[in-house]
Design a protein around this ligand. Structure first.
Ligand code: HAS
Ligand code: CU
Length: 580
């Protein structure tokens, strides 16, 4: 019998933590996806399960569960795989690893319960604050505390990977950082930098405000601190997907990664540029000077570069794979790709949709054209292509490869997996295209009742009813796709029998390896310092002027002034009054 060499055989202990993380992620996907269907049908008036007053609660749960819980639990699982596999060494202390997993779970529980309080009378809390949770919305303190625990859990996870790498470096002083580890570490570095913004926002302002320690906050300041974190977080979701496109797609295509140095440059660029662009979410905020917005726009346009490089490198690697498999011609090599493999097809379709999502992002990023699309359904279309497909579909597709690695079992039904990923692609084509169009003629986002009385939207092409029908149909197909995915994963894990035919735990080799790039590329300290300097340049003046105009806690407000004013002379007088 041939020796099986799957991940679970190499790292049985780590495999258990990663399985737990992925299952937390899948659970969030299932609940969050179901809530998405409720909203999609509600807004389009196709079917209404909830009163409109509860729409914000449902929307908050949908957003938080999908963009925070689903994505980040998957990330910590897959980065643990990446670091241990590419360094060929386990984590230092598995109890520590379980520790951060437990902390993230506890945080999720607190956040989840406080949101649930918005619709369950027995829970005396609410947190209808959307996943962007900046003031003037206010949540129960448990929401903020839970969020902090979750984020600190991710910080510790990063520390776990860093110290695994430090230990490896001691044994291998002259070697280049293996690519998957390089990707995990650079991603964590910009995550540390950017989550400082949300940490300050919560610990200095939102939590004390929600606890009643301070009476008011400066809304523009908490918004700005949120977006300081809120833009980089989108790349925090994207980087594990990129890692999978660079390390798994070429391999599944039957070839090698076109260029390891180019991949490193891409991750360095994300480390440097992810944070100083957050103001592109605030183009319409009054109180921030146009000049600062212009700087954010310029940085954003530079930030297109690493994604355009990725498009080139990943497609070139796929083409190399296809040609190894006998593919020929300018485009007919595409036919030689392994389209029956759900892991491959899901990731390739995710990449294809991201090309469209990237374009709508470029449009968002234009300072003047943003006025047309901001706060409209267009933006929702944009992020369902990016986080909702590039990331979500890649994660689901990759699971068809990873779950066998982590369980030692074959996928219960691979053909169903193929149907599932294609269904996602079709559903999202309907939904996101219709949302983009709807936004162009002004249909707003974030509302249960998009129709206003005495006012009608006039689409240049098509009708509102037709657009609504496409959104509802798309949402239904997407939800069906989620359930097919979950069913397949559950039956694989609890049903399937262990198999010896699980492929070895490896990732793609390279056509051009790390030795083709200068060693400075691996100098993480240098790139982090540059990132910090750019953040200071982009944010110090805007923050100073926001605080100057609106104070730390709102205009003219001294937070430490007690709300009951005690005037000493009055006290003296009253004391005198009772004296004989
Ligand atoms: Fe964005 C709003 C600009 C990327 C997520 N974005 C959002 C929001 C979310 C989000 C969630 O400048 C809403 C926030 C809210 O609630 O208010 N975004 C951009 C730009 C990019 C971008 C310039 N966004 C993302 C990614 C996200 C994401 C990635 C999640 C993961 N976005 C904005 C702006 C706003 C915004 C404004 C504010 C809008 C407003 O007014 O509120 C860029 O990073 C995009 C670069 C991407 C490309 C595409 C490259 C193509 C590739 C595909 C290769 C193909 C393959 C497959 C591999 C240039 C890499 C080939 C297949 C074969 C078969 C051959
Ligand atoms: Cu952004």
């Amino acid at each position: 019998m041939a020796m099986r060499n799957a991940y679970i055989d190499q790292f049985p202990e780590e495999a258990r933590v990663i399985r737990a993380a992925l299952w937390s992620s899948f659970l969030a996907l299932m609940i969050g996806g179901t809530l998405g269907l409720i909203q999609g049908l509600h807004r389009t008036n196709v079917l209404r399960f909830i009163p409109s007053q509860d729409y914000y609660t449902v929307l908050t749960a949908h957003g938080v569960l999908l963009v925070i819980t689903f994505t980040i639990f998957f990330l910590v699982g897959i980065f643990t795989w990446a670091v241990t596999t590419s360094l060929d060494r386990g984590v230092k202390d598995i109890r520590f690893t379980w520790g951060w997993y437990a902390m993230m779970s506890l945080g999720t529980l607190l956040v989840g319960v406080s949101i649930l309080g918005g619709v369950v009378d027995q829970i005396p809390m609410n947190a209808d604050v959307l996943y962007t949770f900046y003031s003037p919305f206010q949540a129960h303190p448990a929401f903020y505390v839970g969020f902090v625990l979750f984020v600190v859990g991710t910080w510790l996870a990063g520390f776990d990977w860093f110290r695994t790498w430090w230990a490896w470096k001691k044994d291998n002083p002259d070697e280049r950082i293996p690519l998957p580890t390089f990707m995990a570490l650079t991603t964590m570095l910009f995550w540390y930098l950017s989550s400082i913004g949300v940490a300050i926002s919560i610990l200095a302002f939102l939590l004390p405000w929600s606890l009643g320690i301070i009476d008011s906050v400066n809304p523009l300041l908490t918004r700005t601190l949120f977006w300081f974190f809120g833009h980089p977080v989108v790349y925090f979701w994207l980087m594990p997907a990129y890692m999978l496109w660079y390390t798994m797609l070429p391999k599944l295509s039957g070839g090698k990664l076109f260029s390891d140095p180019l991949a490193r440059v891409v991750f360095v660029l994300f480390l440097i540029l992810s944070t100083p662009v957050g103001i592109h979410h605030q183009y319409l905020d009054p109180g921030i000077a146009e000049g600062f917005k212009f700087i954010a726009m310029t940085n954003t346009m530079f930030l297109l570069l690493p994604s355009l490089l990725t498009a080139f490198t990943v497609v070139a690697s796929m083409e190399h794979g296809a040609r190894q498999r006998g593919g020929e011609g300018y485009l007919s090599w595409l036919k030689a790709l392994p389209w029956r493999d759900p892991a491959f097809t899901g990731m390739a379709l995710a990449g294809l949709m991201f090309a469209a999502g990237g374009f709508s992002g470029m449009i968002n990023a234009g300072l003047s054209i943003n006025y047309l699309v901001h706060n409209s359904w267009w933006v929702v279309g944009h992020f369902h292509l990016t986080v909702g497909t590039a990331v979500a579909l890649t994660f689901m597709a990759a699971s068809y490869w990873f779950i066998p690695q982590l369980t030692g079992k074959e996928i219960w039904n691979r053909s169903l997996g193929l149907v599932q990923v294609v269904l996602w692609f079709i559903g999202m084509t309907f939904m996101s295209n219709a949302m983009h169009r709807a936004g162009l003629f002004g249909i707003p986002r974030r509302t249960a009742e998009p129709q206003y009385e005495g006012f009608s939207f006039d689409p240049a092409v098509g009708t509102v009813a037709e657009i609504d029908a496409q959104v509802a149909l798309g949402a239904a197909l997407l939800t069906l796709s989620v359930y097919l995915f979950i069913t397949n994963m559950v039956l694989t894990t609890i049903g399937g029998s262990t198999s010896d035919a699980i492929p070895d735990n490896t990732y793609a080799g390279t056509l051009s390896g790390p030795e083709d790039s200068p060693a400075i590329i691996d100098n993480l300290k240098l790139w982090t310092s540059i990132a910090v300097v750019l953040v200071i340049i982009a944010y110090s003046l805007p923050l100073a002027s926001i605080i100057d105009a609106g104070g730390l806690f709102g205009p003219g407000i001294d937070p430490w002034k007690p709300s009951v004013v005690v005037d000493p002379s009055l006290v003296l007088e009253s004391v005198r009054g009772v004296m004989p």
